[in-house]
Write a protein that binds this ligand. Sequence first.
Ligand code: SF4
Ligand code: SF4
Length: 366
Amino acid sequence: MPQLSVMIKPASSLCNMRCEYCFYHSLSEARETYSYGVMSESTALSIIKKAADFTNGAPLHFAFQGGEPTVAGLDFFKFFAKAVKTYVTKSKVTFSLQTNGLLINDEWAKFFAENKFLIGLSLDGDSENNQYRIDANGKYTTERVIRASEILNAYGVPFNILSVATKKTAERLDSVFEYYDKFGFKYVQFIPCLKPFGVDSDEYAMDENEFAAFLISAWQKYAAAFYNRKPISIRFFDNLLMMATGERAEQCGLYGHCGIQFIIEGNGDVFPCDFYCLDEWKLGNINDMSFLEIATSPRAKQFIEESLPVRPECKTCNFYKLCLGGCKRYLADLDYCKVMKTFFTAVLPSLHRIATFIRNSNSSHN
Ligand code: SF4
Ligand code: SF4
């Protein structure tokens, strides 16, 4: 039976923050229902039991996201973890949760530690860079997120930092890296700020030149840290090195086509991808269908099939093996190809040098 990764939105699009650039807010506004509310225990049980049937012993991963998933309350998560222990008897289960950190206290951290959660903490860098991330009362949040990181550290909960890369990040990358170094944040994922569908430009999202310059500058810092034997992890670059050393990437957008990620909204509705939790891409509801029925539904097949053709320019591109044509959502947002060509032209020799170094050191350890 296949392994399964499910992304659950237990509080739908509900959130205790009002980040100015929030893509899930603009996406939810484009749906008939903005928020499906907090997930019921019966929907959670449907997910757990059907996931156990589907995997039947293969690894099972539950990722929680939002909105802000902790808004669903700690009791929801305690119920979920207990039900997993009861109903998933054959599969190894892992958990992750993406949070803005505002509700994290000792009780939450203890729960995460006991249930071995991997946490993603959202933070865009120092207080100047993080200024778009304000709470529901319009207050800045940086200090509270740093406090959350300290609580997680105190309980030994592993976490990485998820940063939305904005125009400001591109301008102030040195300060952002210095800040992360100061707090010992070594595992970072940057996701480019996306414009709402159909919007040409806004004050947050990088344009093609800014995006390419950001990536090149971030790569230089990543490569320098590697050679200084103080490596940092930046997920996109880690994935490129995996591909350059012959492994398969683990990040969607680097597979050459879309996949079905089973994003489950508060009411049990299932969508193929976090970027496409839109009415038109609803695949079904987990209360009425099995994972197999959802994965093989006509709409799921269509979502994948639309992404399969390799574009003519990609077929002859020297960078195709590492780029694989890009993520459909980024392609809808900007001239992603221009960004990638500029980036790869600048960093490919350096990337291959590090890949060779890794390959050689792996073979000398075997
Ligand atoms: S749109 Fe991007 S993230 Fe979503 S499934 Fe396709 S490649 Fe993956
Ligand atoms: S750089 Fe452009 S042409 Fe080359 S593989 Fe990527 S998207 Fe295709």
